[in-house]
Design a protein around this ligand. Structure first.
Ligand SMILES: O=CCCC(=O)O
Length: 497
């Protein structure tokens, strides 16, 4: 056991609590460190270097020097390194999962599930590396050929959230490293340690000399360090997953240097259940989607719309299933729902419940913080009679609170589902084929789940529209393209000019 860790590891040598810059394990220039808190107990269990803007230049310059050679590394070698990384993460899956649980609070089975999901990305992008292709064309002008080549854009920066620390990194880094970019990652202050283990395994897989760096930082230094990364002239690409508010700031900072940007932002996703749906199928899907990581996924169901003919029945089914959840520390066996990751999550959940009650909502399950613990626990909560105008219909909850809204017909359901500035994912359950097609076309979201609440996968383009951001992560061609430029070559032949 690494001294002082609250859990046992099979291979404690993969635990790192230093930043990783230019392939060196480092403290911050300031020598300051910040605490990492276990959301299940509210206790500090580790610390990390508190880097700030003054640490950025060295990291980016190293990543840039490294880019000048890495961009020429043969795609097969890039693929082989990604596969080696994939294999090492697989070998250390259970140790990484324990770290994720102590950082985020999620139950250990969910942490393991996140790693299994994330490994889809390393595997997928290893395959993509060798399939990056340009094109050739015969244009109208005589004796002329036009071709395009794809080249890596340069140093990429990843600003990543705490809710899926492994999946979000591997989805971004897999694409960047396959494309031939080097990457500097700034993990969230809540979840730096699992990312440092990924860096160690990347090093063992052969990524060296600043090809993959991790700069850890506290909440206080996050804005300054992130701004310095976004403004650094050697950074050519920034990928951010997080709130719409911060995404807009990132886009503004990057616009000065005209950097390529990918933004995966807030969700406030609707989940529609029609009278003709298989209610058990819809309820099982909703259980997985909504309570996954205590409601803290960008694609979670935030507004559940149920058609009036099945509203009461569905409310009973979902209440019955939800009441069987076992809330507890993520590392305890039997826990099926952990705490929220930050105390802010508790504040927001309490405020949304109070607001819904004051506007006529009925709390049919839960509704409160779990007492008698220092951990950040909130009861799985279901509110019926939810209405437009309640906070919960307007802002993402990011906590285990589910609101059930009633609707009468398809037109109304679509109108209300689309009545948001966001457009990440939408879900619907119906057995009507005509309606299925209409909803696919009419719902305003980048991803549509049709009789499923789980459409995230390495082979599917992931990304939103409207204020949920732009750009795609994962999926064939599109994700790697986010890290590439297209260069056009024009060649004249046989004396033409
Ligand atoms: O929270 C956002 C990401 C969730 C996912 O990749 O399914």
């Amino acid at each position: 056991m690494v001294s002082g860790l609250p859990f046992q590891m099979d291979n404690a040598d993969v635990f790192k609590d230093l930043a990783y810059v230019n392939s060196q394990w480092k403290e911050a220039k300031s020598s300051k460190r910040f605490d990492v808190v276990d959301p299940g107990s509210g206790k500090v269990w580790a610390s990390c270097p508190d880097m700030d803007a003054s640490d950025v230049d060295e990291a980016v310059k190293a990543a840039h020097a490294s880019f000048l050679t890495y961009r020429k590394v043969n795609p097969r070698v890039r693929a082989q390194r990604l596969l080696k990384w994939d294999q090492l993460i697989r070998e250390h899956r259970d140790d990484i999962a324990k770290i994720v649980t102590y950082e985020t609070g999620k139950p250990i089975a969910e942490s393991q599930g996140e790693i299994d999901y994330a490994l889809g990305f390393t595997w997928w992008f290893a395959g993509e590396a060798e399939r990056i292709q340009g094109a050739i064309q015969t244009p109208a002008a005589p004796g002329r050929r036009v071709f395009t080549v794809k080249q890596p854009v340069g140093v990429a920066v990843a600003l990543v959230p705490w809710n899926f620390p492994i999946a979000m990194i591997l989805r971004k880094a897999g694409a960047a490293l396959a494309a031939g970019c080097t990457m500097v990652v700034k993990p969230s202050p809540e979840s730096p340690l699992s990312v440092l283990t990924l860096a160690l395994l990347a090093e063992r897989a052969g990524f060296s000399n600043g090809e993959f760096s991790v700069m850890t930082t506290s909440l206080a230094n996050t804005p300054g360090l992130s701004e310095a990364l976004c403004r650094h002239p050697n950074v050519r690409k920034v990928t951010f997953t997080g709130s719409t508010r911060v995404g807009k700031l990132v886009a503004k900072l990057c616009s000065d240097g005209l950097k390529k940007v990918t933004l995966e932002l807030g969700g406030n996703c609707p989940f529609l259940i029609f009278d003709d749906a298989d209610l058990n199928q819809a309820a099982d899907a909703l259980m997985l989607l909504k309570w996954r990581h205590a409601g803290q996924a960008c694609i979670t169901a935030n507004r559940v719309y149920v058609q009036s003919g099945v509203y009461d029945k569905f409310a009973d089914i979902i209440r019955e299933k939800t009441s069987k959840l076992k809330v507890g520390h993520g590392a305890d066996s039997g826990t099926t729902m952990g705490p929220v990751t930050t105390p802010n999550g508790l504040t927001k959940a309490s405020a949304q419940v109070a607001d819904a009650k004051s506007k006529g909502g009925q709390v049919i399950l839960g509704g409160n913080r779990v007492n008698g613990t220092e951990g950040f626990f909130f009861e799985p909560t279901i509110i019926t009679d939810a209405k437009p105008g309640m906070l919960i219909s307007e802002e993402e909850t990011f906590a285990p609170v589910m609101a059930l809204f009633k609707f009468d017909n398809e037109e109304e359901a679509v109108k209300r589902a689309n009545d948001t500035s966001m457009g990440l994912a939408s879900y619907f359950f119906t057995k009507n084929v005509d309606r299925t097609w209409r909803l696919l076309e009419n719902l305003e979201a980048g991803m549509i789940g049709m009789n499923t609440g789980n459409s995230s996968a390495a082979e599917s383009p992931f990304g939103g529209i409207k204020e949920s951001g732009y750009g795609k992560e994962s999926g064939k061609d599109v994700a790697v393209a986010e890290y590439m430029i297209t260069k056009t070559g024009t060649l004249t032949l046989d004396g033409h000019y």
